[in-house]
Design a protein around this ligand. Structure first.
Ligand SMILES: *[C@@H]1O[C@H](CO)[C@@H](O)[C@H](O)[C@H]1NC(C)=O
Ligand SMILES: *[C@@H]1O[C@H](CO)[C@@H](O)[C@H](O)[C@H]1NC(C)=O
Ligand SMILES: *[C@@H]1O[C@H](CO)[C@@H](O)[C@H](O)[C@H]1NC(C)=O
Ligand SMILES: [Zn+2]
Length: 300
């Protein structure tokens, strides 16, 4: 091989490995959340989801859980629905924080979860005009996003997007570390670079180490539409106590940061998956909502 050819390959590798600027758990994060959720769907929920999935999904919800990231520039109105900014404080208030940059109330990730949940309750009504295939993909994605702590972050740094850091030796930003880098490093260090191995480890924890927390994950203080307000409150707290903690412009983040934070990432992915299943079972199969704990405790 000529030197020039090698150089070309190197340049291509650099281009494709450059940190992306999407605001979301990366593809892996969303895939895991939806894969975990699928496990806890009741029969009726499975049927409804199959019925709504677009053909490209090939019957697997997880494969389209990143779709809203792909359309956020085509559907520009949807871009603010992926996150919430607070005015630099470690708490979240719907009335203060849930709006888009134009100030329209409800245009944030919590408003979107409530919106698409309400739309899906019309499943089966043939006169209903919203595209429920899109509603399902939006809902599944946003329940993931609201669990990525920095999707509920500070306005001034755009949820960590403007905080430039080194993840080990690679330059990136704090938001991207939480969307993608920690998941990739965990996969490489603990799971043989295999996403399914990581998903299985998280699933196993749901039925074992975390089983006594499931009730807390399921319930919330204010259940008017969904528990999404509570999810956002949890996330801003985690942002303050883990994501932003001890990080400044130009920090180098490595083992210390990784080992103390990746358990938070794994648990948030688990919570998001469990909660997505709860929401969809409520919508498509009101009957099973009372039997959730029995669904969870089924062993592999
Ligand atoms: C609710 O969903 C509709 C249809 O996708 C969309 O036009 C609207 O902006 C959404 N509003 C919120 C708050 O998500
Ligand atoms: C619903 O949305 C999906 C995804 O955007 C699209 O492929 C499909 O054609 C839409 N269905 C209708 C009836 O518009
Ligand atoms: C499982 O739970 C334990 C205890 O909370 C935690 O230390 C471990 O990192 C978890 N493993 C996974 C894969 O989430
Ligand atoms: Zn997103």
């Amino acid at each position: 091989m000529s030197f020039l050819f090698l150089l070309q390959i190197l340049v291509l590798c650099l281009i494709f490995s450059a940190p992306s600027t999407t605001d979301a758990w990366g593809k892996e994060g969303h895939f895991m959340v939806c894969k975990i959720a699928e496990k806890y769907f009741s029969e009726k929920t499975k049927e409804a989801v199959q019925d709504l999935l677009p053909e490209i999904a090939n019957g697997d919800l997880a494969s389209v859980c990143s779709w809203p990231d792909e359309v956020r520039f085509r559907y520009r109105w949807s871009s603010p629905l992926h996150y919430i900014n607070t005015p630099g404080v470690c708490n979240y208030l719907y009335s203060r924080d849930c709006h888009n940059p134009k100030g329209q109330q409800g245009m944030c990730v919590v408003g979107a979860i409530n919106n698409y949940t309400n739309q899906l309750y019309n499943y089966g009504d043939s006169k209903y005009t919203y595209n429920l295939t899109e509603s399902l993909m939006f809902l599944s994605h946003f329940v993931g996003d609201v669990h990525q702590p920095l999707h509920v972050g500070f306005e001034a740094d755009e949820g960590g997007n403007t905080i430039i850091v080194h993840w080990y030796r690679r330059k990136t930003n704090l938001h991207h570390v939480w969307d993608v880098s920690m998941i990739e490093t965990a996969m490489k260090d603990f799971y043989d670079n295999d996403l399914n191995t990581m998903i299985d480890a998280i699933k196993l924890n749901i039925t074992e180490d975390w089983s006594d927390e499931l009730n807390k994950w399921e319930n919330c203080q204010n259940k008017r539409a969904t528990c999404a307000n509570d999810y956002a409150s949890e996330s801003i707290k985690l942002s303050c106590s883990y994501a932003y903690k001890d990080v400044e412009q130009d920090s180098t983040l490595q083992d210390d940061y990784f080992y103390s934070r990746y358990p938070v990432v794994e648990k948030q992915i688990a919570k998001a998956g469990v909660r997505l299943a709860i929401i969809l079972n409520h919508i498509f199969d009101a009957g099973t909502s009372y039997k959730m704990s029995s669904l969870f405790l089924q062993k592999e």
